[in-house]
Structures are given as structure tokens and as C-alpha cells.
Design a protein around this ligand. Structure first.
Ligand code: 13P
Length: 275
């Protein structure tokens, strides 16, 4: 059994499927049904698989995987749990905000996680660090775990400004964010330039980024909160061939998968490698 060095709890690995706007509702349903069978197989550790379909498929996928009605991991118990995530939220609970989806509405569907600040939203929908900050706070207020996406562009990396970009996104995105008791935060390091490219970053770069992130987190949270409530994961062209390099206990504890999560055979191979 793999133990987390800091708190001696059983280590949990997060495998997050970001289906983006890639699947029809029927395809999302079929994939969720197939993946729900994966939870029956035996594993060596605790694995949380978080399915993030489009909003339109949340109801069906929630019904298939049971949402948060599936029991939490018992201490020391190795198992696979399927959970539901949204790809975005709005930061008000209710009101005249045409086209937006509130955290309360998501909670009704047993959503437990929300991807916040994905680079595609930053790039195509003008989402900025202030929006990210408001959305993280809205998640936490509503018992949703934010999956905060950060990462440098190709240009920032070329100019040697990866650390600057990560520090800026973290500092602005986490302003006045407090984590209490069992509130969790996942930070997904996704270098923008490798998303959807079929070629992940050198794992060493991802580990360096995780170390930078850990250092910045110390400006916001106590070491205990960082150890117990915050998880850093990697995303960007993850597949079964490279995933092992991106899961390093105590530093990178899961993956955010796009393309390879859309096909059952590819995604279940990733799960097989990590279980
Ligand atoms: P790919 O796995 O297709 O590179 O996508 C990564 C991603 O954006 C996950 O959020």
C-alpha cells in the first residue's frame, strides 16, 4: 500500500476525464456505463476517477455513476471510485445570468468537482484570473472541489517565463481563498502548448512546475493544509504510455486527461497503469 509521507494516509490518485465538447450525450452515457464496470476490478490503492462531461450529459452520467452517493473511501481501503465533475461553473448561486450554470444547480446533480480556468476557456472565452478566483470561492462555498487549471503558453516557456506565469496565475487565482477542514483544492498543471498535441512535456519539467507550485502555495496556506487538502496533478497529452511518469507520490498525484479519455480502451489502459 502506498502511503502519503506527510500524513500517513493511504495515497489517493486522481484520474480526471475532461470530455470537453467532444461527445454526444449518448456517447457520454455509453462511455460512463463502460467505465462504471472498471470500478469492479481490484486495485492496489485508492483511485478517484472524475468524469467531466458536458453540462447536457451530467444528468445521465450522474445516474450511471451514482454521483456522491457512492461511499467515501474508508481509511486504508483500496478501491476505485467514480465521481462527477463539471467543466465550468458560474460564481453566483442564483440570478439573472442568462446561459450560466450555478454551483447549486450542479450540486443537485451530485457534481463534486468543477474544472476552473481551463486554458481553452482563458483563450477562447476571455476567462481571466479574477474570474478563476471568484469561481474557486464559489466552488468552496458550495462544497465542490475546484480543479484549478494553470500553465504557461509556448511563448512564455520560450522566453523562460514559465515560473512567472505559474506564480501570476496562482497568486491572482488564489487571492483570499481559504481552505478549512475537509475543503479540498486540486491544482492541475497543464502546459498550454502540449494540450491536444499527442506529446506531453518532459516529466522533469512537470516535476519542476509542481515544485514551483508547492512553494507558491506556502504563501497562501499552512504546510498541513497543503499536505492534507491540496493535490497537484498534471495534464497535457497524457496517455497509457507516459502516464506513469506523471504520478509521483507527494508531488504529482494524478492526471487530467483530454483526448485519451474519450475512448474507452485508451482511458481504461491509463487506469490499468495506475491501479
Ligand atoms: P489532452 O489530453 O487532449 O492533451 O487534453 C488535456 C486537457 O486539456 C485536459 O483538460
Amino acid at each position: 500500500m502506498v502511503k502519503n509521507k506527510k500524513n500517513n494516509m493511504t495515497q489517493k490518485t486522481h484520474i480526471i476525464a475532461n470530455w470537453k465538447m467532444q461527445l454526444s450525450n449518448q456517447e457520454a452515457t455509453d462511455l460512463a456505463v463502460a467505465l462504471s464496470r472498471e470500478t469492479k476490478s481490484s486495485v492496489q490503492k485508492q483511485i478517484e476517477i472524475i468524469l467531466c462531461p458536458s453540462f447536457t450529459a451530467l444528468v445521465q452520467v450522474s445516474a450511471i455513476i451514482g454521483g456522491d452517493s457512492s461511499p467515501d473511501f474508508r481509511r486504508g481501503q483500496n478501491d476505485i471510485r467514480l465521481q462527477l465533475g463539471a467543466q465550468n461553473i458560474f460564481y453566483h448561486d442564483k440570478g439573472a445570468y442568462t446561459g450560466e450554470i450555478s454551483p447549486l444547480q450542479l450540486k443537485e446533480l451530485k457534481v463534486k468537482y468543477a474544472i476552473i480556468g481551463h486554458s481553452e476557456r482563458r483563450q477562447f472565452l476571455n476567462e481571466n484570473d479574477h474570474d478563476v478566483n471568484l469561481k474557486i470561492k464559489a466552488c468552496l462555498l458550495n462544497s465542490l472541489t475546484p480543479i484549478m487549471c494553470i500553465g504557461e503558453t509556448f511563448e512564455e516557456r520560450r522566453l523562460g517565463k514559465t515560473a512567472v506565469a505559474l506564480i501570476r496565475q496562482l497568486t491572482r487565482g488564489l487571492e483570499d481563498v481559504k481552505l478549512e477542514n475537509d475543503q479540498k483544492l486540486i491544482i492541475a498543471y497543464e502546459p498550454v502548448w502540449v494540450i491536444g498535441r499527442g506529446q506531453a512535456v518532459d516529466p522533469e519539467e512537470a516535476l519542476q512546475a509542481a515544485q514551483i507550485i508547492k512553494r507558491v502555495l506556502l504563501d497562501f496556506f499552512t504546510p498541513e493544509i497543503i499536505a492534507n487538502n491540496i493535490t497537484i496533478i498534471y495534464g497535457g497529452s497524457v496517455d497509457a504510455g507516459n502516464v506513469k511518469n506523471f504520478v509521483v507520490p507527494g508531488l504529482l498525484e494524478g492526471v487530467l486527461v483530454g483526448s485519451a479519455s474519450l475512448i474507452f480502451e485508451k482511458f481504461s489502459k491509463i487506469i490499468d497503469v495506475l491501479k
